[in-house]
Design a protein around this ligand. Structure first.
Ligand code: FE
Length: 336
C-alpha cells in the first residue's frame, strides 16, 4: 500500500512539473547516424529532449531484466521478428493514436497496436548488368531453378533477413515446398554464405557470381562509398515476386512504446513525429528506405530503381514461421 501511494505521489509531481519530464528515452538497434536527424527534428519541433542507448543485442532481455524500473520509453528496431519478439515478451504496450493509424497503413502495423512500421525495405535480387539480362530474374521460387547453378551469392541463411525471406516462402508455398526451394537455392550457390549483403555485390563485381540476395537500401549505401560505388555500378536491382502473384518480399523498421514507459506522453509524441511527413521524408532520404506513409515519396534514387509492388501478406503471419525457417536452414545445412 505504501509503495502504491509513493508511486502515485511521484507521478503527480511529474505531472505538475512537465518541464522536468520533457524527455524521452530510446533503446535503439538502429545506428546513430541514421536516427540523429530524426532526433534533432523531433526536439526542434516539440522541445522534448531525447536520450538514446544504442544496443547491439539483447534489447528485449535488458527490458525484461529492468522491469518496471526501466528508464526506456521507446524501442526502435528493424525486422518484424524483433518487433514481434518484444511484444510476445510483454515489454511493449498498445498505443491508441489516430495520427499513427492515419499515416501508417494497416499492413505495416500490429493489429493490437504494439508496434508500428515507420519504413519498409525490400529483399530483392542484385543482378550483374553484364551477365544477367533484364527479365531473367522473375520469382523468388525461380532462384531454385538449376539455370542459376553456381551463380548465386548470399549472406548466411540464418541471418534475420534470410530467415524473414524463407518465412515468407513458407507462408506462400507451404513448408514442404519451402524446404525444397531452399535446398535448390543452396545447390545453386557459387560459394559458402559469408559476409554481409554488400559483400555479395562485391562478389558479383569480382565475377564470382551473377546474382545475390540483398536489401534495397544497401544500393544507396554503396553508392555513397568511393570503393563500394564500383560494386554498386556493376549491378542492377531486380524485384522478384512470389509465384502466386504476390509482390516483392518486404520487411519493416519500426517503433514500440515500452510497457513501463515513464514518459508516456513524450513517447507518444515521438512515435507520432516519426509518422509525420517531415520524419518520413528524412527516413526516405537519409537511408533510402521506403517511407511507411504512402503520401511520402521514396527518394529520387530509390524511385530510379523501378516500381516496387510490395507483398501485402500480413507481416505477423510471416514472422510466425520464423522458428520453423531457422530449423529448416539448419536442416538443409544452408551455410555448410
Ligand atoms: Fe541492414
Amino acid at each position: 500500500m505504501t509503495v502504491r501511494t509513493l508511486t502515485l505521489a511521484t507521478s503527480l509531481v511529474a505531472l505538475a512539473a512537465p518541464a522536468f519530464a520533457a524527455e524521452v528515452n530510446i533503446y535503439s538497434y538502429r545506428q546513430p547516424e541514421l536516427i540523429q536527424p530524426l532526433l534533432d527534428g523531433f526536439t526542434a519541433e516539440t522541445g522534448i529532449d531525447t536520450n538514446v542507448a544504442f544496443i547491439e543485442k539483447g534489447l528485449v532481455e535488458r527490458l525484461k531484466a529492468e522491469g518496471a524500473r526501466s528508464p526506456a520509453d521507446i524501442i526502435l528496431t528493424v525486422d518484424i521478428s524483433r518487433l514481434s519478439e518484444a511484444k510476445e515478451a510483454g515489454v511493449t504496450q498498445a498505443v491508441e493514436s489516430e495520427t499513427l493509424n492515419d499515416h501508417i497503413p494497416a499492413a505495416l502495423r500490429d493489429t493490437e497496436n504494439h508496434w508500428f512500421g515507420v519504413t519498409y525495405r525490400a529483399r530483392i535480387v542484385y543482378a550483374s548488368k553484364d551477365r544477367v539480362a533484364p527479365g531473367e530474374v522473375t520469382t523468388y521460387e525461380d532462384l531454385a531453378d538449376p539455370k542459376w547453378k553456381g551463380r548465386i551469392c548470399t549472406r548466411s541463411g540464418t541471418h534475420v533477413y534470410n530467415i524473414g525471406l524463407l518465412s515468407a516462402v513458407i507462408e506462400h508455398d507451404g513448408a514442404e515446398a519451402a524446404e525444397e526451394w531452399v535446398t535448390g537455392v543452396k545447390a545453386n550457390l557459387a560459394k559458402r554464405p559469408e559476409g554481409n549483403d554488400r559483400s555479395q555485390v562485391k562478389s558479383i563485381w569480382a565475377g564470382e557470381c551473377d546474382i545475390s540476395l540483398g536489401n534495397t537500401y544497401y544500393m544507396g549505401a554503396m553508392l555513397k562509398d568511393p570503393e563500394q560505388a564500383e560494386w554498386a555500378n556493376s549491378v542492377r536491382i531486380e524485384f522478384p515476386t512470389f509465384a502466386d502473384g504476390s509482390g516483392s518480399h518486404v520487411n519493416i523498421s519500426g517503433v514500440s512504446m515500452t510497457a513501463s514507459a515513464p514518459n508516456r506522453d513524450e513517447a507518444l509524441a515521438f512515435m507520432e513525429y516519426l509518422a509525420s511527413p517531415e520524419a518520413q521524408a528524412i527516413y526516405a532520404n537519409v537511408n533510402n528506405e521506403y517511407p511507411a506513409d504512402p503520401e511520402t515519396p521514396p527518394s529520387e534514387l530509390v524511385s530510379s530503381w523501378g516500381k516496387i509492388v510490395p507483398d501485402d501478406t500480413d507481416l505477423t503471419a510471416i514472422a510466425a514461421h520464423r522458428g520453423e525457417a531457422l530449423k529448416m536452414m539448419e536442416r538443409v545445412n544452408f551455410d555448410g
